[in-house]
Design a protein around this ligand. Structure first.
Ligand code: NAP
Length: 475
């Protein structure tokens, strides 16, 4: 047990008996138990957030900024401990976990810098009869709901801007990964965030708890990261009280390798886009379309690279692929592989889950994947690379766009003019052009179509937490 899990002072109901177990996916063992928040805890958290709001909102932006900057520093000081905790409850390889901590901490630094740059405007209206004053105010109490796959970064990407502008917030982390969220709340408290400004509510009953939070009149915003299915449901819920919503939902990213691509760079990028977090990322390359002239060489290189990865318990520093988060995820990945093979795909690597313990699935490469295979239409969320050969560039853009999702698309070509022209035609909120990674706290992260609403990160992410107020006046 790390010192972090031993000091969970923000465990919201540590004096009540209801608790649930946090499982290590590497062996199915119980890491610890945490308090299981219910409706009464939701009410108490809203009351705390309400009480803390005036004071926090009135703090000078510079002070809120300094606190976030301290939290950034503390996260980086404890990067190794936090990475160990993430690896333990989520299963991700240590290098991935370390990278996540750095990425997550950057949201505190970025929003510490943004906190002091919230600006309004003043101008004369066109007839000159009124002066228009525009200012921005914190939206109110925010409910933040996050997934297990990036338990630190998905939390800080919401907490950072909310706290920067003076909102108070309640975070409901995924049931699989509450410990990382609690550790981050401890760090924020140590950095100077007052009591009640952020409450973390782990729960084994997400639906009832979040429903209860959203019933409170003071709650004004719901920011959700998770599956499109749960996002749709929460949008309906939020509509009842006309809440502000920010939705970061599922993806089905195409990864396109054109005939003129730098093949080594494309393989490098595919490894990153496919294997980061063992394929359990909304941005994961879900389906790889490779021009027929380079298809065989690309597939061969992917088999060599993916086959060389070391799979095992992320507690072992040399491990590059950890387990999937739970048995349900592993069964879904196996189902998608079996379906593809049943329809005619060929397995070049992997394809069968090893016997337990733990929820491991091996790096897998499939070729000749037919267009109707489920794996090309559903989020894989595992270390499986389905490769499809294409000949016609026009047709492959249409295929890439033929999905309800539109989070990210990857494109490799040495012709930058063509790359930018095709980027304009790809229906996605983010394009990775000759890169395997888009995530960047300074850039607007988010999707089009059913991949989401709004953006996180960048200055745009800050405005999700602000209301605009206009005063008409003369002087
Ligand atoms: P999920 O099942 O949708 O869960 C996400 C969060 O919602 C969890 O905290 C979950 O709690 C909670 N939840 C589940 N049902 C709920 C309900 N009825 N009411 C309120 N909250 C509810 O997604 P996941 O499996 O954790 O994460 C994977 C998904 O997230 C993938 O689709 C991935 O693409 C997406 N994702 C998107 C982004 C992005 O930025 N666009 C980033 C990361 C992940 P419990 O854990 O208790 O069920």
């Amino acid at each position: 047990m790390t010192s972090l899990t031993a000091s969970l002072t923000t465990d919201p109901a540590s004096d009540v008996s209801a608790r649930f177990a946090v499982i290590n996916p590497a062996d199915g063992s119980v890491i610890t138990e945490v308090a299981d928040a219910g409706p009464a805890d939701a009410d108490a958290a809203v009351a705390r957030a309400r009480a803390a709001a005036p004071g926090w909102g009135a703090r000078p932006a510079r002070e809120r900024s300094d606190i976030l900057l301290r939290a950034f520093g503390l996260m980086m000081q404890r990067q190794e401990d936090l990475a160990a905790l993430i690896s333990r409850e989520n299963g991700k390889a240590r290098a991935d976990a370390r990278a996540e901590v750095a990425y997550a901490a950057e949201y505190f630094r970025w929003y510490a810098e943004e906190a002091v740059r919230v600006r309004g405007e003043q101008f004369d209206n066109p007839p000159g009869t009124s002066k228009v004053l525009v200012s921005h105010e914190p939206v109110g109490i925010c409910v933040l709901v996050t997934p297990w796959n990036f338990p630190a970064a998905m939390a800080t990407r919401k907490i950072g801007p909310a706290l920067a502008v003076g909102c108070t917030a309640i975070l409901k982390p995924a049931a699989e990964t509450p410990l990382t969220a609690l550790a981050i709340a401890d760090i924020l408290a140590e950095a100077g965030v007052p009591d009640g400004v952020l409450t973390v509510l782990p729960t084994s009953s997400a639906g009832p708890l979040v429903d209860r939070l959203l019933e409170h009149e003071d709650v004004r915003l719901l920011s959700f990261t998770g599956s499109t299915e749960v996002g749709r449901h929460l949008l309906e819920r939020a509509s009842r009280r006309v809440l502000r919503t920010a939705m970061e939902l599922g993806g089905n990213a195409p990864f396109l390798v054109l005939a003129d691509a730098d093949l080594d760079a494309a393989v490098e990028g595919a490894m990153l886009a496919k294997m980061r977090n063992g394929g359990q990322a909304c941005t994961a390359a879900n389906r790889l379309y490779v021009h027929e002239s380079v298809h065989d060489r690309f597939a061969e290189a992917m088999v060599a690279r993916m086959g060389a990865l070391r799979m095992g318990d992320a507690a072992d520093a040399g491990v590059e692929v950890g387990p999937l988060v739970n048995d349900k995820s592993r069964r879904k990945v196996q189902e998608l592989v079996d379906d593809a093979v049943h329809r005619g795909a060929r397995i070049l690597l992997g394809g069968t889950a090893p016997a337990g313990p733990g929820y491991f699935y091996p790096p897998t490469v499939l070729v000749d994947v037919p267009a109707d295979a489920r794996i090309l239409h559903e989020e894989v969320f595992g270390p499986v690379a389905p490769i499809v050969r294409f000949t016609d560039e026009e047709a492959v853009i249409e295929t890439a766009n033929d999905t309800i999702h539109g989070l990210v698309a990857y494109l490799y070509t040495e012709d930058l003019r063509r790359g930018l022209a095709l980027s304009a035609r790809l229906q996605a909120g983010m394009i990775a052009l000759n890169r395997g990674l888009v995530s960047d706290p300074a850039a607007p992260f988010g999707g089009v179509k059913q991949s989401g609403l709004g953006r996180e990160g960048s200055t745009e992410g800050l405005h999700e937490y602000l209301e605009t107020k206009y005063v008409a006046t003369n002087w």
